[in-house]
Ligand binder design. Structure first.
Ligand code: DC
Length: 215
């Protein structure tokens, strides 16, 4: 069983992916982390995330342990990720890793995984176009900025509301307007707007869709 979840930042993909993974016994891959790790490895080397050649080299050298770096959830990482993710050779380098994960998911805490769930921007369209179930999760940009603002505050990080909203809009534009693998819903995806839903309601809606597909 493969579930693809796509959508813009802070739409609720990660929470939904974790809930579905627990429910169905699936291994989970947050593919944004791969781009964040490439972006931060490049920045740590003193490189520029806009330098396509350097970004591609870093992507090809990425190791699984790089995904454990403790600064990948910062806004600096999100910014670097949204820049390196526009480079076709970076996307190509990360494609095999993502497909291998989907085809041979690692064991989970309770034993062998029954499949995989990947969340990102192009999972249903490019990485796993044959996924059994595709979900496209979105929410109004103001709602997403609000969620990100409170999440940053909760983690004790400084955040200015207006700045979070501006950054979110910039990142949305970069993710949607890039030439390779832009953020678009797959034709056969369930589109779910979580602007007025909590995590339970989003999970229930996703579950109803999956159960109704009868696969
Ligand atoms: O989901 P996230 O915020 O961790 O993603 C960080 C950046 O990585 C985001 O700007 C878009 C990019 N990304 C992508 O291009 N393709 C993916 N499958 C996942 C993330």
């Amino acid at each position: 069983m493969i579930i693809a979840i796509d959508g813009p930042a802070a739409a609720g993909k990660g929470t939904l992916a974790r809930r579905l993974a627990d429910h169905f016994g699936l291994a989970i891959l947050d593919t944004g982390l791969l781009y964040r790790a490439v972006g931060m490895n490049l920045v740590r080397q003193g490189g520029d995330p806009e330098d396509a050649v350097a970004a591609a080299d870093v992507a090809r050298a990425l190791r699984p342990q790089d995904l454990a770096a403790d600064d990948l959830r910062t806004d600096a990482a999100a910014d670097a990720a949204s820049r390196v993710s526009a480079v076709p050779a970076v996307r190509q380098a990360l494609l095999e890793f993502q497909r291998a994960f989907a085809e041979n998911p690692p064991d989970i805490g309770s034993g062998a995984a029954k499949g995989a769930i990947l969340d990102g921007r192009d999972i249903g369209t490019v990485v796993c176009p044959d996924a059994d179930y595709k979900l496209f999760i979105t929410a109004a940009v103001e709602v997403r900025a609000e969620r990100r603002f409170f999440e940053l505050r909760e983690r004790g990080l400084d955040a200015i509301h207006g700045r979070v909203l501006t950054d979110m809009k910039e990142r949305d534009a970069r993710d949607s307007d890039r030439a390779v693998s832009p953020l678009v819903p797959a034709k056969d995806a369930l589109q779910l707007d979580t602007s007025e839903m909590d995590a339970d309601q989003a999970f229930d809606a996703a579950l109803r869709f999956i159960n109704s597909e009868n696969k």
